[in-house]
Design a protein around this ligand. Structure first.
Ligand SMILES: *Cc1c(COP(=O)(O)O)cnc(C)c1O
Length: 432
């Protein structure tokens, strides 16, 4: 449904003359220099100074031993999950995935790239519900999941929207059950938990340089690890698993997942601006928090005592009693205006009508048609159940509730204060 611009509530607001993005790339100039240098010196393939530099700089920044440049975050997750699978269950037959026949616990409310690589490897993701304090994997639900599935040995956990999850508690539970952790820090690069960078808590971790992330290479990603043998294996797998022989000799399955030296040039130009981007995103978050404080809404929460989010995306959630009528089908939605109330559908439509880009919260994986037959564990120990029919007042399916009442706000670090103030004004008028 489209928002009607002649709606009296919006009188006096003009559409933005350019798109206000959710999160778009911000170039600074040095990217061009490093890309040009790669081309001038003819190091345009998957070897070169840019790759060496960005691997060193990211490892230094995050504080891990090895950072391996790959074509994207999803490829990094795939190799991390494959490596974990081989460590846990041995080297599979060549036509089989390393997780064949095994369940893996995964964040539920996240981008599907977090969990799809489990499936690439023949594993079966079982989704762990979300907690309300940071909108990440709920340690209580995770503990319940181990009661239901005691044999699980791998956990894939994301830090959503740049907010660190309860990674200490998750680590403790993992250790108790002898499970490995893969940490998806694709959205949280530069965020810290108890003073330590996200990406250093997992046995393996991943960052992404996708176009809308906190820094970008236009594409690209990295796998982070502490062990040299693991790092060597990942480099080898990512370049088609060639053995040291005069010809193409293969003993292991290979992938074409290595980062190009041109992409690495863009990343190299961006790394010096990571802290600046984070500061801009934090300012955006704080301005929304202040500007929306008189409305019946809350911002995406974080643990202020123990964590420093990178504030990649600012999000808000509407109080239950301020939700106007709003229903979502599988591919469409309907909403209705009501005085003093609003809905994510209405607010996203209004933003769009004025040329600003918001986005629904990541639709939880247990609600996705492709994963609907998979296990889903909530904090009260339920398996499947409430997901397809959320009942107001029954707060067991946290992910479904945040998806229903929440939305991502325009969080582009090039948005001006004036533009953000108009955005905040539009949201206010949705509640008139
Ligand atoms: C972006 C993202 C990825 C994937 O990274 P790509 O570089 O786009 O492949 C994985 N997980 C999460 C949570 C992401 O947001």
């Amino acid at each position: 449904m489209n928002q009607n611009l002649s709606d009296k509530r919006f009188d006096g607001i003009k559409p933005f003359d350019h798109k206000i993005w959710l999160a778009s790339p911000t170039m600074h100039g040095d990217e061009q220099k490093w890309v040009d240098e790669a081309i001038r010196t003819n190091w345009v393939s998957t070897v070169g100074a840019n790759i060496n530099e960005v691997e060193r700089q990211v490892a230094d920044y995050i504080g891990c031993n090895y950072a391996i440049g790959l074509s994207c975050g999803t490829a990094a997750l795939h190799l991390a999950i494959r490596l974990a699978g081989e460590k846990l269950y041995g080297i599979p037959k060549v036509s089989h995935g390393s997780l064949e026949g095994h369940k893996v616990f995964a964040s539920d409310m996240t981008f599907d790239a977090t969990v799809n690589p489990i499936t690439y490897e023949g594993g079966e993701p079982v989704f762990i519900d979300t907690e309300r304090d940071t909108w990440n994997m709920d340690p209580i639900a995770l503990e319940k999941a181990f009661e239901i599935y005691p044999d699980v040995k791998l956990i894939v956990v994301a830090h959503l929207y740049g907010t660190p999850g309860k990674i200490d508690e998750i680590r403790e539970i993992a250790d108790k059950h002898g499970a490995l952790i893969i940490e998806d820090a694709a959205e949280s690069m530069g965020a810290t938990y108890k003073g330590q960078q996200t990406g250093t808590f997992g046995d393996y971790a991943v960052v992404s340089f996708n176009g809308n992330k906190i820094i970008t290479g236009s594409s690209g990603g990295m796998l982070l690890c502490s062990d040299k043998a693991d790092a060597d294996k990942i480099r080898k797998w990512s370049t088609q698993s060639r053995e040291a022989a005069p010809w193409y000799q293969h003993e292991e399955l290979g992938y074409n997942y290595r980062m190009s030296n041109i992409i690495a040039g863009v990343v190299r130009g961006q790394i010096p601006y990571l802290d600046e981007h984070i500061a801009q995103k934090k300012a955006i978050y704080e301005r929304y928090k202040d500007g929306l404080k008189d409305l019946p809404v809350s911002m995406n929460p974080f643990d202020a005592e123990n964590s420093e989010p990178n504030c990649w995306l600012s999000c808000m959630m509407i109080d239950e009693d301020a939700m106007a009528p709003f229903v979502r089908g599988e591919l469409d939605e309907l909403w209705k205006s009501e005085a003093g109330k609003s809905s994510p559908g209405e607010i996203l439509a209004a933003l769009s009508a004025f040329n600003a880009e918001g986005r629904p919260i990541w639709k939880p994986m247990h609600m996705q048609p492709i994963y609907r037959s998979h296990g889903f564990v909530t904090a009260n120990g339920n398996g499947r159940g409430q997901s397809n029919a959320y009942i107001a007042g029954s707060m067991t399916d946290v992910g479904a509730d945040i998806f229903r009442r929440g939305l991502c706000l325009p969080s582009d670090n090039k948005m001006t204060v004036a533009e953000q103030n108009v955005t905040i004004d539009i949201i206010h008028r949705c509640f008139e």
